[in-house]
Ligand binder design. Sequence first.
Ligand code: FES
Length: 252
Amino acid sequence: MRHEFQRVIDVADLPDPGKTLVEVEGDMVALFHVAGAWHAIDDVCTHDGGPLADGELRDHRIACPRHGAQFDIRTGAALTMPAVRATRAHDVKVADGGVWVQLRDAAATPATSGSVPAGSEPPRSSPSEAITAPPPATGDAVAAAGPLCEDTVRSVLKEVKDPELFVNIVDLGLIYGVTIGPAAGDAAKHDISVDMTMTSPACPAGPQLIADTKRALTRRPDVASVEVRIVMDPPWTPDRMTEAARDQLGIF
Ligand code: FES
């Protein structure tokens, strides 16, 4: 679709540095005036829809006010977790004392760059793919995993991957605690309780992660039941990730 430049504000309306929210053809756009130049990106954090124009602006970075993901205001590139996809950037010009914005189509947005390198965006699973159950554990596999203990549980949970980041939930730092107790009425089995957090309170992958966690653990013949408790305090932060997860996401 062909978009035209739309006048959004007068040049004098926004100091340098400064940011404001404007509407262009019905889309909410975050407009920035930094180091003598103008930039515009969608007012939408690609992690979970946070309003970027409300975030903290530092040089050419805007931090989402919800969970802290940072974006490059020049390109829309996602620079830090938990966002891994670029938000849409738009063209800006100054003419006749005004600032004009021309929307770009989504396809014209550059790929994610910066700390999250281009091409590293994980593949998105379709809902049907995402819920595919792992195969049942064989006796040999269970024996190889070892006797049931917290380390064993964490090892098993490395099979469960965040469908957006494609990194396992242990290395992402989502597992806060594991409790193992005897199963009622069956001395050979155990009940497991897992305290798990999410990268955001409204994480859309939450139900899938809970289901996959239960599925992975109940494959063991010595597990009777699995309870997953969602814990949002303390909130998840990117520094909870292991080095392995950082490497996988290209964060240094
Ligand atoms: S909504 Fe922006 S970082 Fe979560």
